[in-house]
Design a protein around this ligand. Structure first.
Ligand code: PMV
Length: 326
C-alpha cells in the first residue's frame, strides 16, 4: 500500500493530437507549469483478498474511470498483479478542464510503483522519474508533465517521450489564477476530441507542423524570463489549439460566455500595461498567468465577471511525490 500526491499542470504550449493512439504518444511537444496548491492524492492497495479493482473518487465509487485506472495499474505492476483498492481525493473540480487527469495519473503511477517496490518488485525499484512520467503519459498525455515541478517541457519522439524541468519554481515565480466558469463535466473527453480533430479539422496538419516553432519561442522566453514573449506565444498557441477544436466535425467547443468575458477582461488589463495572459484547455475555465505584484488585481477583475463561480490562485509547485501513509 502507498499514497502519493501530484499537482495538475497547465500547458502554455499545448499537447493536442496523438502520433500513436495505442501507445498514447503525443503528436507534438508541450511546455507547462506545474501548480502548487491544487492536488490529487491517490492511495493504492494491492491485495490478493480484493476480488476486483475498486476505485473511490472523493469517497464515491467511480465505475466510469475504473477501466483506464486498471489499465494504468497493469502497466505499472504487470497484468498478473493482484487486484487493487484505489482511493482518490482531489481539492478542485474534476473532468472540467482543470487537468485533473494529469494529477490523478501522475499520483496513481507514483503510488502504485511504490506499492510494487514494497512488495519486492525489482523492476519497480529501478524506475526513474522519467520512467514513471512515461507510464503516466501512456494513461494521460499531460500526466507525464506532473511528475516534474516548475516549468516543464515534454519532447515528443516517435518511440517515446522525454520530460524534464526547465526552471525550478523559485527561478521565476509566476502565478496562475484560475477562473472557474462551470463545474460540470466536459462534453467530450480530450482524448476522443483529439482523434476527431486529426480526422476532420483542416487546420490540424498546420497545427502539428508549427508546434516546434512555438516551442522554440517559449523555451527562449523561459530561459531569458521574458514575460511579454511568453505571453504572446502562449496565447497564440492556445487560440490555435481551440481553432483546431472549433473546426473539427462535429465542432468541439469547450468555452462558455464567461470564458470569453474573462479573455476580454485580461486583454483590458494588458492594455493598461499589466503583465498577464490567458490560456484555456479542454474546458471552459480560464487560467490567467501573471506575476506576484499584479495577482491581487487579476483575481479581483476575474472574480467580478458574471458567470465566474470561483477564482483560485497558485504558484508553481513540485512534481508528484510519495506521502507518508500514517
Ligand atoms: O492529457 P489529456 O489527454 O487530458 O489531454 C490534455 C490536453 C490539453 O489539456 C487540452 C492540453 C495540454 O497540453 O494539457
Amino acid at each position: 500500500m502507498a499514497t502519493a500526491q501530484a499537482q495538475p499542470n497547465i500547458a502554455l504550449i499545448k499537447y493536442w493530437g496523438k502520433r500513436d493512439v495505442c501507445r498514447n504518444l503525443p503528436a507534438v511537444g508541450s511546455l507547462s507549469l506545474t501548480l502548487a496548491t491544487l492536488w490529487t492524492r491517490m492511495k493504492v492497495e494491492f491485495s490478493t483478498d480484493i476480488e476486483a479493482d475498486r476505485l473511490l473518487v472523493d469517497g464515491e465509487i467511480a465505475a466510469a474511470m475504473l477501466p483506464r485506472v486498471s489499465r494504468c495499474l497493469d502497466q505499472v505492476a504487470g497484468c498478473d498483479r493482484p487486484h487493487a483498492l484505489i482511493e482518490s481525493d482531489c481539492n478542485f473540480p474534476i473532468a472540467a478542464g482543470l487537468a485533473s487527469s494529469a494529477s490523478a495519473f501522475a499520483a496513481l503511477v507514483v503510488a502504485a510503483n511504490e506499492a510494487c517496490i514494497e512488495a519486492g518488485n525489482i523492476v519497480a525499484a529501478s524506475r526513474t522519474t522519467l520512467d514513471l512520467a512515461r507510464l503516466a503519459g501512456a494513461a494521460s498525455g499531460s500526466a507525464a508533465r506532473s511528475l516534474f515541478g516548475g516549468i516543464v517541457e515534454l519532447v515528443a519522439g516517435d518511440a517515446r517521450i522525454n520530460v524534464a524541468t526547465m526552471k525550478q519554481p523559485p527561478a521565476w515565480p509566476l502565478r496562475v489564477v484560475v477562473a472557474v466558469t462551470e463545474r460540470g463535466h466536459k462534453p467530450v473527453a480530450s482524448g476522443d476530441a483529439m482523434i476527431l480533430s486529426e480526422k476532420s479539422s483542416p487546420f490540424y496538419s498546420s497545427w502539428v507542423r508549427n508546434q516546434d516553432q512555438d516551442l522554440e519561442v517559449a523555451r527562449s522566453a523561459v530561459e531569458t524570463r521574458d514575460f511579454a514573449q511568453l505571453a504572446a506565444v502562449s496565447e497564440h498557441n492556445c487560440l490555435k489549439m481551440h481553432s483546431v477544436m472549433w473546426t473539427s466535425r462535429p465542432p468541439v467547443v469547450y468555452w462558455k460566455p464567461a470564458t470569453l468575458a474573462c479573455m476580454e477582461a485580461i486583454r483590458a488589463l494588458q492594455s493598461e500595461g499589466q503583465p498577464v495572459f490567458f490560456t484555456m484547455d479542454a474546458g471552459p475555465q480560464v487560467k490567467a498567468i501573471c506575476l506576484p505584484d499584479n495577482e491581487a488585481q487579476v483575481m479581483k477583475t476575474l472574480s467580478e465577471i458574471e458567470g465566474v463561480e470561483t477564482v483560485m490562485s497558485s504558484g508553481l509547485g513540485t512534481g508528484a511525490c510519495l506521502l507518508d501513509d500514517a
